[in-house]
Design a protein around this ligand. Structure first.
Ligand code: AMP
Length: 116
């Protein structure tokens, strides 16, 4: 069994977070350390630690991450100008929290994606 993270507590509303969307499959909340004017994390309610752990049965929830990202981008008013969706995996990917999360980042020009 994978270890729960703080994100499971956010899903269950056991700790405070600025939740902007929740349904049966996913939860979205503002990043506590925003790197841009809009920075929202969209996560599966099911604990899937990394993209290496995604199975065929998870395809519906993985797709939901994208449709909810689109909806939030429209609500944030950043859809037309554009934004970036990021999913980090494991140490080389810079992953800090081992519960898959899609970063929705926008609200300013983000520049080229860095591979440093
Ligand atoms: P990553 O490096 O892709 O694992 O990103 C983890 C993200 O989770 C970081 O951007 C953190 O700022 C964010 N984060 C960690 N704890 C919380 C929290 N309690 N509420 C909101 N965002 C958080």
């Amino acid at each position: 069994m994978a270890e729960e993270t703080i994100f499971s507590k956010i899903i269950r509303k056991e700790i405070p977070a600025d939740v902007v969307y929740q349904d049966d499959l996913v939860t979205a909340f503002r990043d506590i350390n925003p790197r841009a004017p809009s920075h929202v994390l969209i996560i599966p309610n099911k604990l899937i630690p990394t993209t290496n752990d995604v199975e065929a049965e998870d395809e519906l929830v993985m797709g939901r991450l994208f449709t909810v990202a689109k909806k939030i981008a429209i609500e944030e008013g950043i859809a037309e100008d554009g934004y970036r969706l990021i999913v980090n995996c494991n140490p080389h990917g810079g992953q800090e929290v081992y519960h898959i999360h899609m970063h929705l980042v926008g609200g300013r020009p983000l520049g080229p994606m860095l591979l440093s």
